[in-house]
Structures are given as C-alpha cells and as structure tokens.
Design a protein around this ligand. Structure first.
Ligand code: PLP
Length: 353
C-alpha cells in the first residue's frame, strides 16, 4: 500500500448530479463535479489537487497541440449491489500509462500521484457511479506537454489530469468489418503499443473511409505484408477457430489491452486453449471455408466485447450468425458478473476505494 497523499481538495459549490438523466447517458458526454490535476515543472511533480471540473487555460503555443506529446488511459469504476465502489485493474493502466510516457519522451507519473489521485477523485465523486446493471464510471487520466514555445523538442512542463464520465449500458451491435490493406495503424519500431493521442488521429481517415463504404470498423493488418491481423479499430481482436482461441501476440504494434488480458484468463479458465500468435488473413479465410471459424470479436474497456458479424476481405464476405454464439456472450456475462460484484473476484481485479 502506498501512503495516503494529502492533495489540496477544493469542493464544487453545487453538484451537477441532479441534472443527470440516469436513463439516458451517452458515452463520454457528461463529466462529474471534480477533476484531479498535477503539474510537472523544473524536473519534478508538484503536489496534485482535486478541484471543481473546469476548463484548462493553455497558451496558443502549447507544445502538445503542435507536436503531439499527449497520452491517455481508459479505466472503469463500478458499484456492487451494496453500493460499494470498485475500480477494474487500475494498476495495469497505471503501468501502461508510464510505458506510453517513456516512448513519448514524457516524464513518468509517480504511483502515489496516479493511483491516489484516481482513488481520491473517484471516492469524492462516487455518487456519480450509476448503481444500475451495465452502468459504470469511465475514468480518463491523461497527460500532455504544456511548454509555451514553438520548437520540436520534448516538453519541460506537463499537465496530468483525471476526469470522470458516467456511462450507461454501452451496447455494441455486432459489427461489419473491413479488412484494411492500404492504411496502417502501427509499424514495428513505431508507437502502436502506446495510448498516445496521435494514434487515434492517424486512424480516423481509414475508419471514415470504411464507414463511407458501409462498414462499422476496420481490421488492421501488419504494415509490411498486409497479411497478419493486428487489431479491430481501437480494440484487440480474438478468433475462435476449432476448439482454440487465437489473438495476435503482444508486439510493439499491438496495444496490450487490459480487457484482452482478462479475456485470455477467462477463456483459459473455461477450459479452452488460447494461442497468442501471428494470425494471417489466409488462415482466417481457410478456417471460414472449413466452417471452423466459430466466433470473432473485439475487446476493450468501453464495450468489453464487440462481436463481429461480417468480415470483408477483398471479394470475400464472411458472414456469422452471432445470435447462436456461445463463447463471446459467456465471456461478457462472466466479466460483468465480476465487475458488478455478483460473483467472486478470484483474480483480484477489483480494487476497492
Ligand atoms: C485502449 C485500446 C485497446 C483496449 O485496451 P483496454 O485496456 O482493454 O481498454 C485496444 N487497442 C487500442 C488501439 C487501444 O487504444
């Protein structure tokens, strides 16, 4: 355990909670009453503070806007039936945040700032975690360079901020997916394994092109041969082929999803083998033709599991009857039961605040 840190806490004079319609909460639209902020300057982190949610003042020359030193995380907090608040695997996000920071030549955020800031903020705003099935509080930690000067070099000043957004059931309808062979998300030696803002900006054109063709998302392939599958949009991807689950291995082109890791453990505990290995689109096509490709789905914090009902590769359209799937829905149920405290958390994933 880390020592409790005394952050300066300024409470909001009034709460916006009463104006929240808990029956209609679009993802990422509403924010709670407070935010956490810590600043880095002169080579060290200043004491963090919790204050009313408010705009931030930045100079037009703000380095992150011009040169992209900007990273983030996505975490969720839940309430169990007794109304106690828990955060899902925040330590994993903390570690991943600093992996992103290192690659982007940004300072690491100390554990007592990240974890204690997170816990104290969620505790203060815990009434915002809707106490309803499938509801949660999305937690968005982020950091960016704030230097007031134009010039391509690593920043000397940074802001680390955490904001919270209540979310309703994030139903993700089974998706139609386009196998992308022209644009790439990540290359070896690149930044694909980090949650840096530029990765998402760089993916938007390809995703929009796929949408213009009538698809929901792209399935990214490797940048060299366009042969091996990587991720589905901003989700990791799993294929159930025969009696095995296969997901691409963690390399510098793959974001190490916390949901991916959780799903691997759940599948193994269901008695099914999981292979983390390169998977080519040819192997997927072969399996489909032989009727061995049973299920395919994306995994991520926002939707947990997103089933894929259609996969288009060149002239081939692979169609799947997601209504009759067994594994993806079962994993979804198991994950939800753990997150909502309805089943024993034998993995130690839920951190009480
Ligand atoms: C965030 C993200 C994921 C999913 O990670 P989780 O920790 O499961 O939310 C997968 N791929 C990309 C590119 C991502 O940004």
């Amino acid at each position: 355990m880390i020592a409790t840190v005394d952050f300066k806490i300024t409470k909001a004079k009034t709460s916006k909670l009463a104006s929240l319609d808990v029956n209609n909460i679009p993802f990422g639209k509403y924010f709670t009453d407070h935010m956490f902020e810590a600043n880095y300057q002169n080579g060290e982190w200043q004491t963090g503070e919790i204050k009313p949610y408010q705009p931030i003042m930045i100079d037009p020359s703000c380095a992150a806007i011009h040169y992209g030193q900007s990273i983030f995380e996505g975490i969720k907090a839940y309430k169990n039936e007794e109304g106690e608040a828990y955060i899902f695997r925040p330590e994993d996000n903390f570690k991943r945040f600093n992996i992103s920071a290192e690659r982007m030549e940004m300072p690491e955020v100390p554990e007592e700032i990240f974890m204690e800031g997170l816990k104290q903020l969620v505790k203060l705003d815990q009434d915002w975690i809707p106490n309803k099935p499938d509801h949660s509080l999305y937690i968005r930690p982020f950091m960016f360079a704030t230097d007031e000067a134009i010039g391509v070099k690593p920043g000397l000043k940074y802001k680390f901020i955490i904001i919270l957004s209540p979310t309703g059931p994030y139903y993700s309808a089974p998706m139609r997916i386009y196998v992308e062979e022209k644009y790439v998300r990540a290359v070896h030696g690149g930044v694909g394994y980090t949650k840096n803002a530029g990765n998402y900006g760089a993916s938007m054109y390809a995703t929009a092109e796929a949408k213009r063709k009538g698809y929901d998302q792209v399935l990214w392939t490797d940048a060299v041969e366009h042969k091996y599958v990587q991720e589905c949009g901003t989700m990791n991807v799993f294929f159930i082929i025969g009696n095995k689950a296969i997901t691409p291995p963690l390399e510098d082109t793959i974001l190490a999803g916390v949901t991916r890791d959780s799903v691997i453990q759940l599948i193994r505990d269901m008695g099914m083998e999981v292979e983390e290995r390169p998977l080519s689109i040819d192997e997927i096509m072969e399996a489909y033709k032989k009727n061995e490709l049973k299920e395919l789905f994306g995994t991520g914090t926002a939707a947990t599991i997103s089933m894929i009902k259609e996969l288009s590769y060149r002239d081939t359209v692979m169609i799947f009857d997601t209504d009759n799937w067994a594994i993806a829905p079962e994993i979804g149920r198991k994950m939800n039961a753990i997150k909502e405290g309805k089943t024993e958390d034998k993995y130690g994933w839920m951190v009480k605040i």
